[in-house]
Ligand binder design. Structure first.
Ligand code: ZN
Length: 419
């Protein structure tokens, strides 16, 4: 069950630097937690809606949500299995190969992944006979990892867990934290865990969606309750520094609509030379205005425009008697559907590859979710791609839809109709 966290009533202070939060980044109204897919028997019960009001800190520029929803409840019935995305599996495979080569990992190394999900990434190290351990807060997916032979423990990560793991398994040579740093309420304690667990020569890599892409691509649908922090490179670098970690490299990735992979080591270790990429990206962000408050205060206007364009398309399609079906029912789709007020009157149903979601309904908007086969049966005029970050992969999977002349629709940054 979802409960309001104890911190909800506390004054809003920045989770990174404790400055008071006084500025709105964007206010998306209220939504239920985005992974709270409903069973048919829940449709006539009430749903709890929490604010989706993102604030920006005027001191460190961390864009953030207050923790309206308790982290324990989020992971209660967690439905996201990383292995359902082919391109994500390939991304993980390539990552393991690259890290093994760059940091000369071998049979004596120890790799730890935080938020290891169903073992989609660490299975590559298991195959390469490199010792590894996954730390994952959700039982549902941690059990799936154990089943495929990936050593995993069910824990939230932070300094305390890091100390326990170090005692039992020794220090880590590589720590990976992909798409998790933004999802932890206590970002300082989480990052501090790396400092506790890394070996003196150890390296931690973090991947997270880049705030610069969120802003220039108007990816407002990546804002949801479980996603507490929206990070620029400069802001994350400061948080790492405060916890005794020094960034030595950064790469831009295409994943999740534009992510960063940040490499850090213990401050003072100096094993890895600091690459030019660090200074270059800091300068790039400065040029984009990321060290000035007014840059952030312009975002709301772009989001409101995007909403109007999306609704315009859906209403027009409806008036022309065309059918619209959503492909994919990702958590972030629910921010868009709730913020725009799109229910089954505008999108008849959604299909998703994840069997957990079949026969369920989207939270708040109650759009039914079916297996992908339902597309071929319904032959809709438009296929509305909610997980737009997987657009290329999805269009390929759905090439059969050309048979009946279906068009693909991408809602972000502005509505696009593709043949
Ligand atoms: Zn701050």
């Amino acid at each position: 069950m979802t409960t309001i966290s104890k911190t909800e009533a506390a004054p809003a202070l920045c989770r990174a630097c404790s400055a008071p939060l006084e500025h709105t980044f964007v206010d998306l109204g209220k939504s239920p937690p985005c992974e709270a897919f409903l069973r048919a028997d829940q449709l006539e019960q009430g749903e709890t809606f929490y604010p989706l009001h993102a604030l920006v800190c005027s001191k460190c520029f961390l864009v953030q949500l207050k923790d309206y929803v308790d982290a324990d409840s989020i992971f209660d019935d967690y439905a996201y299995f990383s292995s359902f995305s082919d391109s994500w599996l390939e991304h993980a495979r390539q990552y393991c190969a690259d890290m093994t080569e760059r940091f000369a990992l071998n049979g004596d190394s120890f790799c730890v992944e935080v938020a290891s999900n169903d073992g989609y990434l660490l299975q590559n190290f298991v195959r390469a006979k490199i010792r590894c351990l996954g730390i994952e807060p959700s039982w549902t997916v941690a059990e799936a990892a154990l089943k495929v032979g990936v050593p995993s423990i069910q824990e939230f990560f932070g300094r305390e867990t890091a100390r326990k793991v170090r005692e039992e398994h020794g220090p880590a040579d590589l720590m990976s934290a992909n798409n998790v740093v933004a999802h932890v309420p206590d970002i300082k304690d989480f990052v501090g865990g790396f400092q506790e667990l890394l070996s003196p020569e150890g390296v931690v890599t973090l991947e997270f969606p880049h705030l610069a892409r969120l802003m220039d691509q108007v990816q407002y649908d990546t804002i949801y309750h479980e996603h507490f922090s929206y990070l620029s490179f400069g802001t994350l670098l400061g948080i790492l520094k405060d916890q005794g970690l020094t960034v030595f490299d950064v790469q831009k990735l295409k994943t999740h609509g534009g992510s960063l992979r940040v490499f850090a080591q213990l401050t003072g270790s100096g094993v890895q030379p600091v690459e030019k990429s660090v200074k270059a990206l800091l300068q790039e962000e400065k040029n984009l205005g990321f060290r000035e408050l007014h840059t952030y205060l312009r975002f709301t206007e772009l989001v409101e425009k995007s909403k109007r364009e999306t609704l315009k398309f859906l209403i027009q399609a409806k008036e022309e008697g065309k059918s619209v079906v959503a492909y994919g029912a990702p958590g972030k789709g629910n921010t868009l559907l709730n913020y725009c007020g799109v229910r089954s009157d505008l999108i008849e149903f959604a299909v998703d590859r994840n069997p957990y979601k079949h026969g369920r309904f989207t939270p708040g908007t109650q759009i039914p979710i079916f297996p992908p086969e339902a597309l071929e049966e319904a032959r809709p005029d438009y296929i509305f791609i909610l997980p737009w970050n997987l657009e290329a992969e999805i269009r390929q999977q759905l090439s059969f839809a050309r048979e009946w002349g279906a068009k693909f629709v991408i809602p972000i940054p502005e509505i696009q109709i593709l043949d």
